[in-house]
Design a protein around this ligand. Structure first.
Ligand code: GUN
Length: 291
């Protein structure tokens, strides 16, 4: 029987654990605060930001939100960032990506105080992660590691194929999984759109992580028996329903499930974990700033 890895259940456990730390910090006068910044009105980004606010409320993190007009000059976003860096009630914050085309996201990230960079995107935090001294693990890769742990998958000595080389998922996950650590020690292959014979790379893996942003890119024919499959993809595809779209992953679920020993669904797999690990990083940031 293939195990369906329940991201909602694992995320819920993590939120319960965090709630206790949050109350301890609040009792000491340092209730953790998380701010979200949204520039523009992309509907998917609005949904993500709303969900993050709700998560904060549930666990007792104080949430703040700043909207920046999508047509505003970049300086308006930079001023918002400068304010958040100075605000002692805000221990961590994220600038929701994507930002409008006239704003360079890298230039945005460099302005975030690294101690408040709960996405883990600032170059200082990227460098620390690569050096094996992470301050904040980026939320999605950290969530993937937690899901593997919850499914009893030991990564030591395993062949992991990651499909996707993004700065947010593929690159940091590869760096985490090769580290000399209990949740690392894997042999990692990172594939991308220019990889020759992707199926050969996925078939030779014990664990496949699909994070390319291509709907149903990986199917059962590309997997060996008993592979563990983690689907990071969240793709909106047209559908004949009320919303006019549905969410599908980067994995063709039914054929992959027939081969896999364990697999994450979309939705309900990695997505809730990304959100839970953002709360985790916020609590960590508040703890570090309290010291
Ligand atoms: N847009 C999609 N994923 C993310 C994320 O993890 N952080 C931010 N800030 N924006 C995103």
């Amino acid at each position: 029987m293939t195990e369906i890895i329940d991201g909602n259940a694992v995320a819920s456990e993590i939120r319960d654990e965090l709630t206790e730390s949050i109350e301890r910090l609040a009792d000491a006068g340092a209730r953790p605060g998380l701010a979200t910044v949204l520039m523009g009105d992309d509907p998917a980004s609005q949904t993500y930001v709303n969900m993050k606010q709700r998560d904060c409320e549930e666990v007792g993190i104080e949430s703040h939100h700043v909207d920046v007009d999508g047509d505003a000059p970049p300086e308006e976003l930079f001023d918002t960032i400068a304010d958040l860096n100075e605000n002692d009630d805000v221990h961590g914050y994220i600038v929701q990506a994507p930002v409008p085309d006239h704003v360079d996201y890298r230039n945005v990230i460099r302005r975030v105080d690294p101690a408040k960079d709960v996405d883990g995107f600032h170059p200082e935090n990227v460098g620390r992660l690569v050096a094996g001294d992470a301050r904040f693990r980026p939320c999605t890769p950290h969530g993937v590691q937690k899901l593997l742990e919850s499914a009893g998958v030991d990564t030591e000595g395993k062949d992991v194929t990651i499909v996707g080389r993004s700065d947010i998922v593929g690159k940091p996950l590869a760096n985490l999984l090769i580290q000399k650590a209990e949740d690392g020690n894997a042999t990692v292959t990172v594939c991308h759109s220019r990889t020759d014979d992707l199926a050969e790379k996925t078939r030779s893996a014990d664990i496949v992580v699909a994070a390319a942003g291509v709907p149903e890119l990986v199917d059962g024919s590309m997997l060996s028996e008993d592979t563990v499959v983690i689907d990071v993809g969240v793709n909106r595809v047209d559908a004949d329903n009320d919303k006019g779209y549905e969410l599908v992953g980067d994995v063709e679920f039914e054929s992959a499930k027939a081969k896999a020993s364990a697999i994450t669904p979309v939705p309900g797999g990695v997505g809730p974990m990304t959100r839970a690990m953002l709360l985790y990083n916020t609590v960590k940031a508040a703890g570090l700033q309290e010291d």
